[in-house]
Design a protein around this ligand. Structure first.
Ligand SMILES: Cc1ncc(COP(=O)(O)O)c(C=O)c1O
Length: 301
């Protein structure tokens, strides 16, 4: 498999550890271990864990974790959630499981490069659905209709979008799903930032709650601030998840049991963590906005 260089990752690798202020970072301030264990009321977690054998984790993911994550959706059974190594492994698994040479994949652009470069690596014919400022960086549905045809295996969304910050609302998501359904295509939605909203009235449903052939990807890195645990998940209908399990056996075996046990502690506190994080991004958004408005160089970019 030939694959294009993942430009943002190479660039971050060069600069991110040497700068004083990292404006390219997209996680919400990760917890320190101490702060996290206090937040979830388990300050003695490591003492309690001392005699636990450090062996493989659960193959499909720790049950308690999957049950907790299922509460983020309306129609998802915990058995249909697979724990992965971040959203990045979840995205990869979906493309690895479903994309074959000659399929057409339509991906929004700009977005996280993995979402169009990996399908291209699996020899799909990738068509880009360009997001434009005059459309508030949202998909143009007429253009999408033109791009899809009977060979379209998958439409790829990133909702909320990195880097545009745009949010596809329920009405538009449903319209996209109708376009997908007409050609029997999957809709893969990278929902790494779902739950983080600058505007408190914003909200977006998950693709899996509105379309049977929807595939949703989530992560502990962004809205849950546990980036260092390197965990994420993928969910879809049972048949898709079965295909993902078959591929995952070749890439993953299991995730780290320690990471999963730590992540599971967050499950009863998810709404508090989302509150903490939305407070942080709203404060930081104001700071960034003020800085951009008062920085002549930025204002003229
Ligand atoms: C849209 C999107 N998807 C996936 C990822 C990968 O995240 P993770 O840390 O969960 O692997 C990122 C990271 O920046 C991202 O922005």
């Amino acid at each position: 498999m030939k694959v294009d260089e993942f430009l943002v990752e190479r660039w971050m690798n060069t600069y991110e550890t040497d700068v004083e202020l990292n404006l390219a970072e997209t996680c919400v301030k990760p917890f320190t271990l101490r702060e996290y264990l206090e937040f979830v009321n388990r300050p003695d977690f490591f003492k309690e864990y001392q005699d636990t054998q450090l062996t493989y984790g659960h193959i499909e993911g720790y049950d308690e974790l999957r049950r907790g994550l299922a509460t983020l959706y309306k129609n998802v059974k915990h058995e249909d959630i697979l724990i992965t190594g971040g959203a990045i492994e979840a995205n990869f698994n979906s493309f690895y499981s479903l994309i074959e040479p000659g399929d057409t994949v339509v991906s929004v652009f700009p977005t996280y490069q993995q979402l169009f470069s990996v399908p291209k690596g699996f020899m799909a014919d990738v068509k880009l659905l360009r997001l434009k400022p005059e459309m508030n960086w949202l998909p143009d549905l007429d253009e999408l209709t033109e791009l899809v045809d009977r060979k379209t295996k998958m439409i790829v969304l990133n909702n909320p979008n990195n880097p545009c910050g745009s949010l596809i609302n329920e009405h538009t998501l449903r319209a996209i799903c109708e376009i997908a359904e007409d050609v029997d295509a999957y809709v893969h939605s990278d929902e790494a930032y779902r739950g983080l909203y600058i505007n408190p009235d914003d909200h977006t449903p998950s693709i899996v709650d509105i379309y049977d052939k929807g595939i949703a990807v989530g992560t502990f890195s962004k809205p849950i601030s546990l980036t260092g645990l390197r965990l994420g998940w993928i969910t879809s209908n049972s048949e898709v998840i079965h295909q993902c399990k078959l591929r995952r056996d070749y890439t993953t075996i299991s995730k780290s049991m320690l990471s999963e046990e730590l992540a599971a502690l967050a499950m009863p506190y998810l709404s508090h963590i989302f509150e903490r994080n939305n407070r942080i991004i709203r404060e930081n958004h104001k700071l960034l906005d003020d800085w951009i408005n008062n920085e002549p160089y930025m204002a003229h970019c």
